[in-house]
Write a protein that binds this ligand. Structure first.
Ligand code: EPU
Length: 404
């Protein structure tokens, strides 16, 4: 069973800042990042509780403190998602500047420029970003690049702004659609959902209401199980996966020889042979997500032939390649390209998880490797995957988690 998407639920949680009352979220993954976002929201004035597995209640008391402190912000990138809701609701915000990631710098210039166009004034001092705006107003904003985070921040800010905001070249990931649907249920007025032009007509605070919402399934977790099946062979039912949110990836996986079928419950996959090597380039949705890339490179490592993978989002996101090489993969990188010559089998060795997706790729690589693969740094994996070990064991993998 694939749980809800990390990159949706964290944004839904941040959006509860917009109005008072109890919000109920279901299909919530049991991952470390949800707890961290819960701690950040508690400091802001939204209390989180977990009435049952997979469920969250977020209670916004209305006593909002528009400050996001360093200790909490530096722990997850998604903390930047409190910027739009805090500014639009409180007229001011003080947010510690989010840091980069192991795979490179992650600027927020588009978030700032968009909010400035809506009337906010920004000041940067002592590591904190301070913004003010009595009331944001609508604006026409065209992005140079369809940034996921900037689309989300501007959209949530525009919900309570005066007038109409148009975001052109907006991101349109399934998680953005999930957030739009959540906002519309709350009383927001959004047109163009799922397209690259979003039009948001601001409403008054009293027009918003708390809602119950089921989080969209995690397409990256789903892809992880498909990749695991691809390198290990056999068949798998990935329950809860939504094929319609992964169309281009599934096409490429089919090119690699996987037999895929969309069922009433999810996706059925069968792998008869080594994956066939192909060339892949990452792009914003509906293209192949950068988050799939470590999995694809791992599959190509045991592919039949030579594949080239081009990274168009984070040029530095190749660090795990060194770890794959330790397992015997033949991968060479140059700039934002990787050339992967498939070998029949990897060979188990100690490796490190450098980030969430790289960590999951190491687990998949371990399934493709002869002998034992020992992965350290698994706290990264816990940030985005719930019970990866249990789920893989459940379908026959020999995998354990050290408690120490
Ligand atoms: N960018 C800018 N300026 C901005 C915003 C973005 O230059 O103001 C650049 C970034 O530096 C990067 C590119 O645009 O090169 C993509 O950034 P985007 O804003 O689209 O990504 P994000 O919102 O920071 C989310 C996911 C990432 C995922 C990317 C791309 C969350 C919390 N994170 O990041 O997920 O890789 O979109 O799809 O939603 C992960 O889950 O492991 C992860 C890293």
């Amino acid at each position: 069973m694939v749980p809800g998407a990390k990159n949706s639920v964290l944004k839904l949680m941040a959006t509860t800042i917009l109005c008072d009352g109890p919000f109920e979220l279901s299909n919530v993954p049991d991952i470390a990042d949800v707890s961290i976002m819960g701690d950040l929201l508690a400091a802001i004035g939204v209390e989180m509780s977990r009435p049952a597995p997979g469920e969250l209640v977020l209670f916004n008391s209305g006593q909002i403190i528009p400050v996001a402190p360093y200790e909490l912000v530096e722990r997850i990138r998604a903390s930047i998602n409190v910027l739009g809701p805090l500014l639009t609701r409180c007229g001011e915000v003080r947010l510690s500047m989010p840091g980069g990631d192991d795979f490179g710098a992650r600027p927020i210039d588009m978030h700032i420029a968009g909010l400035e166009a809506m009337g906010a004034e920004f000041k940067f001092s002592h590591g904190y970003l301070e913004a003010r705006a009595d009331r944001l107003h609508g604006a026409d904003i065209t992005f140079d690049f369809p940034s996921v985070g900037a689309t989300e921040n501007l959209m949530t800010a525009a919900v309570l702004a005066e007038g109409v905001t148009m975001i052109d070249n907006a991101a349109r990931e399934p998680e953005i659609i999930d957030l739009c649907e959540f906002l519309v249920a709350m009383g927001a007025k959004i047109d163009g959902i799922g397209s690259s032009t979003l039009t948001i007509e601001g409403v008054e605070q009293h027009n918003l209401r708390p809602v119950a919402h089921r989080t969209v399934p995690d397409r990256i977790q789903a892809a992880t199980y498909l990749a695991a099946c691809s390198v290990a062979g056999g068949e798998l039912d990935v329950i809860g996966a939504r094929a319609d949110n992964m169309t281009m990836l599934l096409d490429r996986f089919a090119d690699m020889g996987l037999r895929l079928e969309s069922t009433d419950h999810g996706i059925h996959v069968a792998a008869d042979d080594r994956p066939r090597s192909i060339d892949v380039a990452t792009l914003p949705y509906p293209g192949i997500a950068t988050d799939y890339k470590p999995l694809i490179i791992t599959m190509l490592s045991v592919g039949d032939g030579v594949g080239i993978v081009t990274e168009n989002l984070y040029p530095g996101r190749f660090r795990y390649v060194e770890e794959l090489q330790r397992l015997g993969a033949d991968v060479r990188t140059s700039g934002h390209h990787a050339v992967i010559r498939g070998v029949p089998r990897l060979s188990g060795a100690p490796v490190k998880a450098h980030d969430i997706r790289a960590g999951a790729a190491m687990v998949v690589a371990g399934l493709a490797a002869e002998g034992e693969t020992r992965i350290s740094g698994i706290h990264h994996i816990d940030r985005g995957y719930d019970d990866l070990v249990g789920r893989l064991r459940g379908v026959g993998a020999t995998i354990d988690r050290d408690t120490d």
